[in-house]
Design a protein around this ligand. Structure first.
Ligand code: AMP
Ligand code: MN
Ligand code: MN
Length: 340
């Protein structure tokens, strides 16, 4: 295949399947608020900022909003691009686009301010139900998509734009975040690598993105990881591994303690492990829980049963209670899976 055929086939592939309703929704309006889920990750921030850049290039006004908190070190450099929702936004015809989650309720504290607007959704989560798509509120959901940025890439192509270097970098940042740097992809995902190749053709550097996601940690945060690893408990003959981060550790390390992936990844390499649970006590009466699994176990179902969500092999939830209580609840949930 010569390179021109390659590029044109990639463009048509990238433009495929984006709902026309969404393209019209964007083409027919001139002001946008782009929101994402609370506690954003690289996929959410990458999707928001790449889409904003494309909309600005189309001559539209667009801002990115988030309830935060921005807990991951790799997001630090992007925080100052986020703004509050202007008080008069609803007086001027403004549309909302929500990315990387199922709808307004996942946006956290900005949910109420978004209530008045017509809102489109772009998401790749499977465990949740999404509203039906309409021309006034288009919904673009593909639960087979490995990241939301993969959908944003298709959308940008469907809007008739080539990627800029900045957009390509943001899109690859999201793709690498949600795929654990391509680790979770299989022989069925060749098209994702084609999309990644296009991002790299446009100037995104995998090496820089790897260092962004995995570098920049403090020594103390690595020592904390060691402590969390050292207190890992093994249950159900080693199929389930559970550990936790205390409130004192969370308070001392803040977002430095929040390793997007490393800890779960290390625990999942243990022979026989099929699921990993990390419980973080983030305030006196509340914990967040990260769930990861190998292929067989669907942790998004467990997360959803407590009001959380995510993907088959990576999900999360928040729960009232201390670490001991939350651990008990998690063990109860996994009994149904492992003790049968
Ligand atoms: P994390 O363990 O925080 O990296 O999250 C893993 C996945 O689960 C991501 O796709 C999150 O968007 C999703 N997730 C985490 N917490 C929640 C929650 N409380 N509700 C819905 N989805 C969540
Ligand atoms: Mn996300
Ligand atoms: Mn995502």
């Amino acid at each position: 295949m010569d390179s021109s055929t390659e590029v044109s086939s990639l463009s048509s592939l990238a433009a495929g399947k984006v709902p026309e309703e969404l393209v019209n929704f964007i083409n027919n309006s001139s002001r946008f608020i782009i929101a994402g889920h609370k506690e954003p990750d690289g996929d959410c921030v990458g999707s928001q900022l790449a889409l904003r850049s494309a909309l600005l290039r189309m001559g539209k006004e667009a801002i990115v909003c988030s309830a935060g908190p921005f807990k991951r070190t790799e997001l630090k450099e992007y925080i100052n691009q986020f703004t509050d929702i202007p008080a008069d936004a609803n007086k001027i015809n403004t549309k909302v686009i929500i990315v990387d989650c199922s709808g307004k309720e996942r946006t956290g504290e900005i949910n109420d301010s978004l209530e008045k607007f017509q809102c489109a959704i772009i998401d790749h989560h499977a465990a949740v139900s999404h509203p039906a798509s309409t021309p006034e509120a288009p919904v673009y959901v593909d639960s087979n998509s490995p990241s939301c940025t993969f959908l944003i890439h298709k959308l940008i192509a469907a809007l008739g734009l080539e990627l800029t270097e900045e957009e390509a970098t943001l899109l690859l940042f999201g793709l690498c975040t949600d795929t654990g740097f391509f680790r979770h992809l299989t022989e069925k995902n060749a098209v994702v690598f084609e999309s990644a190749a296009q991002m790299i053709h446009s100037g995104a550097s995998p090496k820089k993105i790897f260092n962004m996601i995995n570098g920049g940690k403090s020594l103390n945060s690595r020592i904390l990881m060691g402590n969390i690893l050292a207190r890992t408990e093994s249950h159900f003959d080693g199929k389930l591994l559970i550990s936790h981060e205390t409130l004192a550790e969370y308070s001392a390390f803040g977002f430095e303690s929040r390793d997007s992936d490393g800890l779960n990844q290390m625990l999942l390499t243990i022979q026989g492990a099929e699921a990993v649970v990390i419980i973080r006590q983030e305030c006196a009466d509340n914990c967040t829980v990260s769930l990861r699994s190998t292929d067989r176990i669907n942790v998004s179902q467990i997360a959803a049963s407590y009001g959380g969500g995510g993907h088959r092999n990576a999900a999360g939830l928040t729960m009232k209670g201390d670490i001991a209580f939350v651990k008990l609840k998690m063990l109860e949930s996994f009994i149904n899976i492992f003790a049968s």
